[in-house]
Write a protein that binds this ligand. Sequence first.
Ligand code: NAP
Ligand code: MG
Length: 399
Amino acid sequence: MQKIRMTTPLVEMDGDEMTRILWKMIKEELLLPFIDLKTEYYDLGLAHRDETEDQVTIDSANAARKYGVAVKCATITPNAARMEEYHLKEMYKSPNATIRAILDGTVFRAPIVVKGIEPTVKTWKKPITIARHAYGDVYKAVDMRVPASGKAELVFTGDDGSQIRETIHEFQGPGILQAMHNLDSSIGSFARSCFNYALETGQDLWFATKDTISKKYDHTFKDIFQEIFEKEYEARFDAEGIEYFYTLIDDAVARVIRSEGGYIWACKNYDGDVMSDMVATAFGSLAMMTSVLVAPDGTTEYEAAHGTVQRHYYKHLKGEETSTNSVATIFAWTGALRKRGKLDEIPELVEFADRLEKATLDTIESGTMTKDLALITSLEEVRAVNSEDFIKAVRERLE
Ligand code: NAP
Ligand code: MG
């Protein structure tokens, strides 16, 4: 059999623990036999991040900008326990945060919908993709415990010394205060990433805030989205037959629950944090969620939404059998290969990505799945398999 040729390398970001084990199996069983795989390899495994003092993470993000498409394995975000476990020189930042800061991107999370794993919400037939703004608001807020009665003011001092001042509240006793911010530039990048992703995937885009109550803060989000939409995207949306739709956040929540799915829901930072867990859980499983980072310049990085599955890795190290779900990691690869194929005009690569996804879903729909899915499936004839046998079953179908 002739292997599919690639012209531009994918930026490959390897990772940690159980997902690193799955990564290797996926490459060996599902990719290398079929594709003349071209990647520029970056080892973001924690040991190598430590050796390079995290330079490798920065280099990998710059390579993603250079080539346009990356695929990333889950990685450990160091904490105190990891400092000891890996004898780290420093408590490095989350690689995802580092990469996101360099690419200035927005994260889109979408469930992989498969027969036999039914959403809790009966009307949902198609995936709902959550786009979460990744900068500012309550995540960069300053807050304060007010000790006693007194006056709280919000003051802005311009570089020329001029001031804008507002009274927040005249406290009669103790209370609490919080001040948060966002940037027109960041909101604009967020908007463009969402509009681009809607065009790329042919889905409607919904956006919601509480602009009736937050008349300057949330209203600015609404205005920036609207202005960019009208100036840069409206004609292309019309041509694609897709829609940009703005509403209030509470109305959006009600509409989402009544909907069939099949659109992108853009959320402010905090709303996205909360709603993405709601949507992921209601669709069935964290192991069936993909995550795509899209930068305003079009750079795209694909990964699974889950972590390194540490508990399974420790079992694996003890020689015990694991049944870790590799679907989201397989879909990270297919997403990246499809994108590379489209950019480089290699239809065989796009078609291979489609076939690999279909083989993966058909395997589950025919009853062969990992334990996490076997526990929640509505199918009756189920064969729960280990990590490796699932990937081998997909390989058989692919062939
Ligand atoms: P996790 O890796 O997502 O796993 C949490 C639990 O969810 C697992 O113990 C397992 O439950 C279940 N699970 C998740 N993915 C699964 C899969 N593919 N197949 C089967 N079950 C799956 O989260 P964690 O254990 O809290 O975090 C481990 C490490 O991952 C941390 O060091 C964290 O920093 C990192 N992390 C990385 C990313 C990323 O790179 N994007 C994201 C999140 C976390 P059972 O144990 O009940 O089987
Ligand atoms: Mg959260």
